[in-house]
Design a binder for this molecule. Structure first.
Ligand code: FAD
Length: 313
């Protein structure tokens, strides 16, 4: 109960400019953020990529930043992804890498945003495809789902490896899986990081977990490429069993986890012969991402407060 209240507060704080200024001004924050965000520059992201590839993992990279307010911001974000892809190629670690895009950062919410975001994402998808990389469109709050799925479908006509994300807290997701079956799309399955109203989303964790299990089953028996993105070992065990039952080999699906959350579980998946992709966010605009990670697991707040207390001693 207390955890739920704290989680709601943190989710609200993730959208508050005042809370943002306060958290960013704690001198210790950067040190704690490092656990989830390995750096601010493309060079930092490439260095983290190298380290992870050396341990048998693959990566998906996210340039942090959401909700750009003008066309110049959206173009700057597109350019940041193009520069990232060039840096990966330069370092010899582009092949097999994925980049995760938030369409809100590509201009989706601007007037004429669907065309702007689609064009920016298409430029990134073209550059990625030329280097043997893939692109995944992150899913944001429920008001963006129709648009994000439609943009994914449009992009796959030219770039078949562009993936979409589905959130099992949303009531619509079983229908979306059924609609995507037959397209062969790469689909990342997540529980959902955004606080959503009961009219569109399941509210209890047990319900979201149950929906996640059913969605694993549906995706594994579809023709989509399932990307099971969770730190929940019970869900991963289920994915392993269902992949086996569906006759999917190591190339037929993958697990995904966020950088720094459960490295030991990542390693277990690698050691067991499964494809394991780590989501690496980087950049200066880490606030919203960091606060959502705290909201997901209020125990992380204790970690943050301990670091603060230690610092003030
Ligand atoms: C690769 C990847 C991409 C994602 N992309 C999106 C997206 O596009 N859109 C979206 O809405 N959401 C996305 N998410 C976030 C997702 O929706 C969940 O909010 C998040 O993964 C927590 O849910 P869980 O499945 O790990 O399970 P939970 O049931 O929340 O957690 C299971 C266990 O994992 C551990 N754990 C979970 N979160 C944390 C944490 N922050 N810190 C420490 N331990 C933790 C804990 O031990 C916990 O008991 C993504 C997640 C991953 C892994």
């Amino acid at each position: 109960m207390l955890d739920q209240a704290l989680s709601q507060t943190l989710n609200r704080a993730s959208r508050s400019a005042r809370a943002r200024r306060a958290v960013e001004s704690f001198p210790v924050t950067r040190k704690v953020v490092d656990r989830f965000v390995p750096g601010e520059t493309a060079a930092d992201a490439v260095a983290a990529t190298r380290r992870l590839i050396a341990t048998g993992r693959t990566v998906t990279l996210d340039v942090l930043g959401e909700d750009v307010l003008d066309l110049a911001g959206a173009r700057a974000m597109r350019d940041a992804y193009l520069a990232l892809l060039a840096a990966l190629a330069e370092a010899g670690c582009a092949a097999g890498a994925d980049v995760s895009l938030k369409l809100s950062a590509m201009g989706q919410a601007l007037p004429g945003g669907t065309t702007i975001a689609t064009d920016h994402a298409a430029e990134i998808a073209a550059a990625a495809a030329a280097l043997g990389c893939t692109v995944t469109l992150d899913m944001e709050d429920h008001t963006t789902v129709d648009s994000t799925l439609a943009i994914g479908t449009a992009l796959r006509a030219s770039y078949p490896l562009v993936g979409n994300v589905l959130q099992t807290n949303l009531r619509r997701t079983p229908g979306d899986i059924a609609d995507l079956d037959g397209t062969g799309a790469r689909i990342r399955l997540v529980k959902g990081a955004y606080r959503e109203p009961a009219s569109v989303a399941l509210q209890r964790k047990a319900e979201v977990d149950g929906a996640y299990e059913r969605a694993i089953d549906a995706l594994m028996s579809s023709d989509c490429h399932p990307m099971i993105a969770t730190h929940d070992p019970a869900m991963l065990d289920r994915a392993v069993a269902r992949a086996l039952a569906a006759g999917r080999g190591a190339d037929g699906w993958e697990a995904q986890m966020l950088y720094g959350v459960r490295p030991e579980l990542e390693q277990r998946m690698v050691d067991d012969g499964h494809r394991m992709r780590v989501y690496i966010p980087f950049g200066t605009d880490w606030y919203g991402y960091f606060m959502r990670r705290l909201a997901e697991r209020p125990a992380n707040v204790a970690f943050f407060l301990r670091a603060l207390a230690h610092r003030s001693r």
